[in-house]
Design a protein around this ligand. Structure first.
Ligand code: AMP
Length: 404
């Protein structure tokens, strides 16, 4: 009998995991720099949280959730996204005033698996709550942009739109519905079924693009407050020198967005998976999950896709490979000394020949080699062409001086 990972899930080991590790480390660095503390929420929540928070008629909720009844008869769902849980945690914490949180972890959606579209995938993201001004949106967009630039996402682009709010969006939706109704016969079946239900989603349809070229755009229907907000976000992005383009058809798949919507696109990836992440403002979300009014803005980035599009080359994982001409205990002892001095060290525990150990050392791409003879004899340290004999007690310092 041999078990495979469940459909749409992956085992990720070296060397690919080295890139994951570097990407996740960069994430921590950038989230810290922007003042977003780590927030960890459960991998499963009450199903209703997602129904209300993500939206009952969204694709994620209607088709993609991993929902089950637990032994206590409660309906729970593996989280398909991070925002609803984080906003719930924020509301439960009772913190007044502006609040920031950064998350990182697996999400679950029952999707048709392909490259960059998995059933278990990893997102990093932030939420910034109880903030209304456009500077908050700009700061959030900047964080994602700086992080994605640091992990060398190829062909990075920010795409921006405004989705209006409860005062101007209904009028726009009615105008869009009327426009689409007149062209029903030119729409694909799926889009046709959305005209009455949620015409904004039709804007997302790649197949219907020709019909949508002349469709009315939300940005021409914004109320004064939304137009001001949108202009503010754009001005700040220009000030921060973040390149962006506007796309009146950008509507995010989840129901909760108001005003700002944005995506980060890796133009070098195939179009179907080139959105490495996206986000926006969700001023009504906290209330829709039963909390107080707490406007907010955030994003989620897909790490699977970031790794696919990143040109990062991971650093060497090992500083020193210790080779023993005698027996494993001497290498074990020498390795321990070096490790306690902060070096990254490996050695052979199985007493293989010196020749075999040298082979492993060169495969491991360790930056230095230390050859140990007997416990009391001098050791030989090698870094590239440089070689020296010294007492074991001095080896850690010698290596550290040269490797750090
Ligand atoms: P969303 O929450 O749908 O806006 O997704 C945000 C980002 O998460 C996307 O741009 C993708 O990078 C990533 N993502 C979403 N769904 C999947 C999936 N099924 N597999 C891999 N990555 C995904």
């Amino acid at each position: 009998m041999s078990f495979q990972p469940p459909k749409g899930t992956d085992d990720i080991g070296a060397p690919e995991s080295h890139i994951w590790r570097d990407v996740l480390r960069q994430w921590e660095t950038w989230a810290d720099r922007f003042g977003y503390p780590l927030v960890m929420t459960p991998l499963f929540e009450a199903t209703e949280l997602f129904e209300r928070g993500v939206g009952d008629d969204t694709e994620v909720v209607t088709k993609q959730m991993y929902t089950f009844t637990d032994k206590g008869g409660r309906s729970v769902t593996l989280r398909p996204e991070g925002t609803a849980g984080v906003v719930r945690a924020f509301l439960n914490s009772g913190v007044p005033g502006a609040w920031k949180g950064a998350y990182s972890g697996p999400m679950f959606r029952y999707e048709r698996p392909q490259a960059g579209r998995r059933r278990q995938f990893w997102q990093v993201g932030v939420e910034y709550l109880d903030v209304e001004g456009p500077a908050a949106d700009a700061e959030v967009i900047e964080l994602g942009f700086r992080f994605l630039s640091a992990v060398e996402v190829a062909g990075l682009k920010v795409v921006l739109n405004s989705m209006g709010d409860e005062s101007c969006r209904p009028g726009y939706v009615a105008t869009l519905r009327a426009y689409l109704s007149e062209r029903r016969t030119d729409l694909c079946d799926e889009s046709e079924s959305l005209v009455d239900l949620n015409p904004l989603r039709v804007l997302d349809c790649k197949v219907c693009a020709p019909v949508l070229d002349d469709a009315p755009a939300m940005k021409d229907y914004l109320c004064a407050a939304c137009a001001d907000h949108y202009a503010g976000v754009k001005a700040y992005l220009e000030h921060l020198e973040i390149p962006y383009s506007e796309d009146g058809r950008l509507v995010r798949g989840l129901d909760y967005y108001t005003r700002t919507a944005f995506e980060y696109v890796a133009t070098d990836l195939a179009a179907a998976q080139n959105a490495v992440g996206g986000g926006g403002r969700y001023d009504g979300l906290a209330e829709s999950i039963g909390g107080r009014r707490a406007p907010g803005v955030g994003f989620a980035l897909g790490v699977d896709r970031i790794v696919l599009s990143s040109s990062l080359v991971p650093d060497s994982l090992l500083d020193v490979y210790v080779i023993s001409e005698t027996n494993p205990p001497d290498a074990l002892f020498a390795s321990s000394l070096l490790r306690r001095a902060g070096l990254r060290v490996d050695f052979d525990t199985e007493g293989r020949s010196v020749k075999a150990q040298f082979k492993v050392a060169s495969r491991s791409v360790a930056r230095a080699v230390l050859v140990v003879r007997g416990r009391k004899d001098p050791v030989e340290a090698r870094i590239g062409e440089e070689r020296t004999e010294l007492p074991i007690g001095d080896a850690a310092q010698w290596l550290t001086d040269r490797l750090r």
